[in-house]
Write a protein that binds this ligand. Structure first.
Ligand code: FES
Length: 119
């Protein structure tokens, strides 16, 4: 497992994100309400810049006419065609056969550290 210091915690407060390139992979690091997420910045639909999308709740139907929201700030919406992905697992909400790669990310002192398997 490779460990990469990709940002300073002070540069990534809640609500902020950074796109970093590690081993030729573009990876988005997002701080959502104090929780860090890391996922590949390539949407599996048509290769859009997924990590530049809005973070949203999951929109659900409640009955036949009302919509509600669940899982506040756990969904990212691709800016190109609005496909939605679970920030924790990378699974697509739109097509459950698709997922985007997610990575382990943690703070270590003043650093934000990303862990990659393999190359
Ligand atoms: S490229 Fe992301 S939804 Fe189409």
């Amino acid at each position: 497992m490779q460990k990469h210091r990709v940002a300073k915690t002070a540069d990534l407060p809640p609500g902020e994100r950074e796109i970093v390139t590690v081993n030729k992979r573009e990876i988005g690091i997002l701080n959502v309400d104090g929780t860090l997420y890391a996922l590949r910045n390539v949407c599996p639909h048509r290769l859009g810049p997924l990590c530049k999308g809005r973070v949203r709740p999951l929109v659900v139907w409640e009955g036949e006419t009302n919509i509600g929201h669940e899982r506040e700030n756990e969904i990212i919406k691709c800016p190109w065609h609005n496909w939605e992905f679970d920030l924790k697992t990378g699974k697509s909400i739109t097509d459950d056969s698709l997922r985007v790669r997610t990575y382990r990310v943690e703070t270590e002192g003043e650093d934000v550290v990303l862990y990659l398997n393999g190359r």
